[in-house]
Design a protein around this ligand. Structure first.
Ligand code: NAI
Ligand code: MG
Length: 353
């Protein structure tokens, strides 16, 4: 039962973040206003520039305010990699990961679609249309590790992968439910249970345990190394992939590459229990190398906005955006367009539908 008014936090961030988010907001307004839905937006100026200007990465006070919104639309944060004014890791750990962990974004949802009118680097890509359901709060990214005897010959650095039964169960359940809703109903677990026997068996046993509840879903398993091969040689074999945090991070970058580029890949950081706002963003970063040139591809951000609408219960509106993007890319996908031209064209495609 979807509402008609939502409070949305907008975090445009740095570099091309504000440029692509502006187009996502343009498209959101074009689809929600005719449907009688109001998105009440509050902009939060977080990111590298904000940290340089104020010293705030992400304060508890800001966290509290963010918690009050229905969803977060995020651009990208970060300075150029050679910008020595920003210590490496602070925005990743203290902003992005803090949001994911505090708001319990345990589902990191990354669709990979090869749109007509776009070019895959693969000679025979086939029909690519799959979703990676990546764990978002555990694994090797949980921050469980340390360095002892630092700076000596006997230094020890540990990074311990955390996998809880609770975390794996809620992930696997979500993935099965998603697979059941999709036409092909196929779920592939990707892990490395021949070597990572502890975490791998927890994942495999959890999948085995849930499978009988979803008899119409076909279940498959691939080791992560084999999965990277098939993602290149036969990507159309995949429908829903469920995997841990690190494997999912790597696999989705590869997925972005085979589906024609990082500018088209959206991402949802989802708290499926809805105990805190979920966050929607493009997979790409702030692209300082092209910031200010109006050449950033805004489609990833626009598709992330569609994922946000779907999460809020407006699947119909999300679908309108997805179809408009599809039609737009089919017609104009290979043209040189400025960032705001792409947004305008997609709004026009929406209105023409
Ligand atoms: P990046 O994704 O920003 O850029 C990689 C390459 O892809 C660049 O050549 C860029 O021009 C191009 N690119 C990215 N998005 C594009 C788009 N929409 N249209 C056209 N071209 C696009 O990754 P990079 O360069 O490693 O990182 C730049 C900054 O972004 C760093 O500070 C990094 O930490 C941060 N970052 C932030 C993320 C986030 O906020 N979620 C995610 C990844 C990186
Ligand atoms: Mg990544």
């Amino acid at each position: 039962n979807a509402a008609t008014k939502y409070s949305i936090a907008v975090i445009p961030g740095d570099g091309i973040g504000p440029e692509v988010v502006a187009e996502a907001v343009k498209v959101l307004d074009a689809v929600t206003e005719p449907a009688g839905i109001t998105l009440d937006k509050t902009t939060y100026p977080l990111g590298a520039e904000h940290w340089l200007a104020t010293g705030e990465v992400l304060s508890d006070e800001t966290m509290d305010k963010l918690r009050g919104h229905d969803a977060i639309l995020f651009g990208a944060v970060g300075a150029a990699p050679n910008d020595t004014r920003i210590p490496s890791g602070i925005l990743e750990r203290d902003l992005l990961l803090k949001l994911r962990f505090t708001f319990d974004h345990y589902i990191n949802l990354r669709p990979a679609t090869l749109y007509p009118g776009t070019t895959s680097p693969l000679a025979e890509p086939g029909d690519i249309d799959f979703v990676v359901v990546r764990e978002g709060t555990e694994g090797l990214y949980a921050g469980n590790g340390g360095r002892v005897r630092q700076g000596t010959e006997h230094e020890i650095a540990t990074e311990v992968s955390i996998n809880t039964a609770h975390g794996v169960r809620r992930l696997v359940k979500y993935a099965f439910e998603l697979a059941q809703k999709r036409p092909r109903k196929k779920l592939t677990l990707v892990h490395k249970h021949n070597v990572l026997v502890n975490a791998g068996r927890l994942y495999q046993e959890t999948v085995n345990e849930f499978a009988p509840q979803y008899p119409d879903v076909t279940v498959d398993y691939l080791h992560i190394d084999a999965a990277t091969i098939f993602l290149t040689t036969d990507p159309s074999r995949f429908d829903v992939i469920v995997t841990d945090n690190l494997f999912g991070d790597i696999l989705t970058d590869q997925a972005g590459a085979v589906t024609g580029g990082i500018g088209l890949a959206p991402c949802g950081n989802i708290n499926a229990d809805r105990t805190a706002p979920s966050m929607f963003e493009p997979v790409h970063g702030s692209a300082p190398d092209i910031a200010g040139t109006a050449t950033a591809q805004p489609v990833a951000s626009i598709l992330a906005a569609a994922m946000m609408l779907e999460h809020l219960g407006h699947e119909d509106l999300a679908d309108q955006i997805n179809q408009a993007v599809r039609r737009d890319l089919e017609t104009h996908g290979n043209e040189q367009r400025s960032t705001d031209q792409v947004g305008d064209h997609i709004v026009a495609a929406l209105k023409a539908a």
